[in-house]
Every structure is written in C-alpha cells, then in structure tokens.
Design a binder for this molecule. Sequence first.
Ligand code: ASP
Ligand code: MG
Length: 381
Amino acid sequence: MNKWIVAKFGGSSVKDAEAMLRCSNVVENNNDIRVVVISATQNTTNQLEFIARAGQRGDEDTLHSLINELIQRHSKIAHDLFSSEAVRKELDFLFDEIKFVGAEILKERHYTPKIMDQLYSLGERISSLLVSDLIRLRVPDRKVLFLDARNVIKTSSDFQKAEPQIDVIAEKARELVIPHLNAGGIVVTQGFIGKDLLGNTTTLGREGSDYSAALFGEAIDASLVQIWTDVAGIASSDPRLVKDAKFIPTLSYDEATALASLGAKVLFPTTLLPTKRKDIPVFVGSSIDPSLGGTTITKNQDQKFKLKAVSTLQKKEYAIVSFVGCHLDQAQDLVENLKNSFNDINVEFYDLTSVSVSFKIASADITNALLRAHEILVAKY
Ligand code: ASP
Ligand code: MG
C-alpha cells in the first residue's frame, strides 16, 4: 500500500469558484492527497440531459439557451478563479464540443446512449479542467498533471452503465498515473467517465464518480479514498426526514453496502467493491467544513454489533424498515419495539443480512415508519 490518498469532490463541492477554492484548500492541506477526482459542477449532468432532450424534441431555442447558460456559468467560474489563458482556450474547445453534439442530436432528432455519454463527459471534463488549473496556481511547487480519466478507466461498451475492466485500468494507471505520483506530482482527473476498448466515451452510471475514485484508489494501491460532499458523513437516518439524525463515525464495508442497498442515499452502490478488494478505507466528509469530520468505512466490524442506522424503502403496498449494524439476536427485540410503536399495524420479519435486519410494515407511511424506527434507534441502542 502507498501513502497516496485519492480525493473525490462531488458536484456540490465544485459548484462555483468559492467551492472550488475550498477543494483546493483540502488538497493543499494534505500532502498525501495525490489523485483528485472531480465531478461535473452541481446540476450540470442534469442540464446536459435536458440539452439532449431539447435536441430530440427539435426545440432549438431551449437547446441553445441551455447551452448558453452552461457556458456562461463555467466562464464565470474561469473568470472568478483567474484561470490561465491556456485553460480558457481549452474551455472554448469543450464548449464547441457541446454545441457540436447538441447540433448533431438536433439534426437527428434522436440521441443514443453512446452520444449521451459523449455529451455527459463534457461536464466532468470542464469542471476538472478548472480545478486542475486552480490547484496548479495554488501549489506552484508541485507538478500538477491534468489527466483524461478515459485513458485509464477502461470499460465495457455498455453505454451509461459501463463495466470497468480492472486489469486494464491497473495497467493504464501503472503507465500514466504512478510515474507521476512517484515523481511527487498531483494528478487531477474526472469521475464518472471512461472509454471502451474501441475508444468510445462511456460512463459508469449516474452518480458514478464515487466509483471512479474507488477504481483509481484500487489501481494505485492508495491508503485512503476520500469522498468530499456537502454533508459531514453518512447519517443514521435520512436527514431530510429526521431532524436529529446524526453522522455515523465508523461503518464496516458490509454495513455501508447494506445501508446503500436498503434505501439510504449513501454512496454509488458499487463504490465499495474496489476498496474492499484492496482493503482501502473510505472517508466521507464535507468540503464546506472538513473540521466536522465524517464517516470512515473500513473492513472492521464492531465485535459487539452496534445499531448504527435505520432506513426505509417504499414498496407498492408496504414499507421496508431496516436496522443496520445489528445482528440476528437483536431481531426479536426490534420486532417487539416496532410492534409497540406501531400499535395496530402489522410488522413482519422481512430479510436479514450479516449486518442488518429488515421488517415489512403493512401500509405504513414511509416517513412515519422512519421516525418510529429512528426513535427506537435513539432510545434503545
Ligand atoms: N456528474 C455525474 C452525475 O451527476 C456523476 C457524479 O457526479 O457522480 O451523475
Ligand atoms: Mg454523488
């Protein structure tokens, strides 16, 4: 294992010049951060979808106004960050590529997953260009390499849900990334995007930048993968629904995976596969205030299972309530608690993993179910 850290910054962490400066601060304050993975700026990926749809409808006005807004927004960031002349030129090329792809879609009145991936890629290519230039300016003593992630993240040709080719990625990282890190440099690159073996641009699926960071971590044998976002970690319940949800300091890979598959908005679902394979810890924290700390995910499972989080999933006729960080021995107790809490509502055992227990609650409204379960979490464990 190397000392190197991979730091990924999500869309909210790079939404404007100020946010990008905060990212740069995080990188400047830790000499071990050596690979920086950047998402598209907030909402840009959605906007690229709207552009494609406008083209498909033949709605030229909307298409142009969306493209113009995107160009204005990123040009303002370049202006606010005093981006170099070279970067502004490069930005213009990327803007031209958006116009070109937009015009293609408009002409065809149709877009394929393949052309959508080409269009998607521009969000990340633009934001990472801006951030790389900023970091270069702020750490003049380090060599900053702007890397096209597509030259490393080699994938299958399943556009919009491409499968990474782990061995090829490792080989490309040895060739294109590691020599630069060995020489003391920093690599700034994109999340989400890759290329298939024929050279077509692909993407890993919406929100896939977390996965990219983990793949880079695996390929360089990193000591840590950091996922920087706008909240200080993974919460014990959905903070939009539960006011006193707390951030969980530590989770095991299995607990975090269970939480993600049981309905919590945590990380892109496959993020923990590469890191688990190489036993690399994953940290989730807020670039708005890194001093708040965050959640660290490792292979360690607490010896005595500790109840850590609750989540809910709404199915058609019922809701699933899951307790994560608990063992089967606690299930009966949890059922009793839930039954008492729901009085007349039917609670049934639903599913079990090595780190979670789920119950089915007939016709319960989901917010209510989560609040009840959260009360049990706080009161009993
Ligand atoms: N920009 C992409 C998206 O919004 C990928 C990511 O940010 O994770 O889906
Ligand atoms: Mg995300």
